[in-house]
Design a protein around this ligand. Structure first.
Ligand SMILES: Cc1cc2nc3c(=O)[nH]c(=O)nc-3n(C[C@H](O)[C@H](O)[C@H](O)COP(=O)(O)O)c2cc1C
Length: 280
């Protein structure tokens, strides 16, 4: 691998999504190896004190590097060696030789240039089963699980928890200051979240009954936190009915086991508890 080839791979890797677009990574090419490190100087101390989301972001960059290599006909192996002498080292990507790229290698490689985070409202219809199945199969190949949120109980539980998290974060000045620090008004900015990429309207005027992460720091037209006037009894968006297979004891398809990380919501009832949302 020469420098030009590594430059193309690293360019692809840096198109990975990252928390608040902090791009908390660095790359060192050395012969046939690429060392990927996390960059603690880009840590989000308020939002991500444990650094987990920073590490996840770095992990996606590693995967993008492997995808870019595969698309250009290079097989690669990834080692995740814990190295006490190099604690920021996330992974070593080693090119192991040429490999004729197939369509399943080329398509993800081409998609790297196209992908971006979409924050517009979702259509109120279910993701087709075959798409969910395919995503789960791909995630499984990477030893990652993907949990579809389907069925009213889990949808409401998830919406409730996300909404509650946003409510809590909106009450934390350090979190808001950090968010402000990573918002970008300059269209030429190379990191951070461009204001054009987030909804600009007042969150309370949006058509959803639930709030999600709100990037409007200090420019809200109302006087309270996002979600303040949510009505927990308001009609929810229509749901077209993929059966809930992974949470309910009455699973209808039984194709998936319930992942441990999903257990918290298993007992949530259909409606948020009394007193929600908290009016301050
Ligand atoms: C670990 C992680 C967590 C993220 N969390 C959120 C989130 O809560 N809300 C959101 O709108 N985007 C979230 N994102 C998306 C990033 O904001 C987005 O990737 C980044 O701004 C770069 O934009 P792009 O994906 O369009 O390139 C997350 C991304 C990662 C990797």
């Amino acid at each position: 691998m020469d420098q030009q080839e590594w430059t193309r791979v690293v360019e692809a890797a840096t198109r990975a999504p990252s928390i608040h677009n902090t791009q908390p990574w660095s790359f060192t090419a050395d012969g046939d190896r690429l060392l990927v490190r996390t960059d603690p100087s880009r840590a989000l101390r308020a939002l991500d004190p444990s650094g987990r989301q920073r590490i996840v972001s770095g992990g996606v960059a590693v995967e993008f590097a492997v995808v870019a290599l595969a698309a250009t006909g290079r097989a690669a192996e990834v080692d995740l060696p814990p190295d006490p002498a190099d604690p920021d080292l996330l992974a070593t990507v080693t090119v192991t030789g040429p490999r004729e790229p197939e369509e399943r290698d080329r398509a993800p490689g081409a998609a790297i240039a196209e992908r971006h985070t979409e924050r517009a409202p979702f259509l109120s219809r279910a993701v087709p089963d075959e798409v969910v199945d395919r995503l789960q199969a791909i995630a499984g190949d990477l030893r990652v699980w993907l949990e579809p949120i389907s069925g009213e109980d889990e949808e409401v539980a998830t919406a409730f928890l996300v909404s509650r998290a946003e409510e809590i974060e909106q009450g934390e000045p350090e979190y808001l200051a950090e968010l402000q620090q990573w918002m970008r008004t300059d269209p030429a900015a190379v990191d951070g979240i461009p204001v054009a990429a987030v909804p600009a309207d007042d969150p309370s005027a949006r058509p959803s009954n639930w709030s999600v992460r709100d990037f409007l720091v200090g420019s809200r037209s109302g006087d309270g936190p996002s979600g303040r006037d949510l009505d927990p009894d308001a009609r929810r968006p229509r749901w077209s009915g993929r059966p809930s297979s992974s949470w309910a004891p009455t699973a209808t398809t039984g194709r998936r086991g319930r992942p441990p990380a999903a257990r918290w919501a298993g007992s949530c009832s259909r409606r948020p508890p009394p007193g929600w949302p908290p009016h301050r």
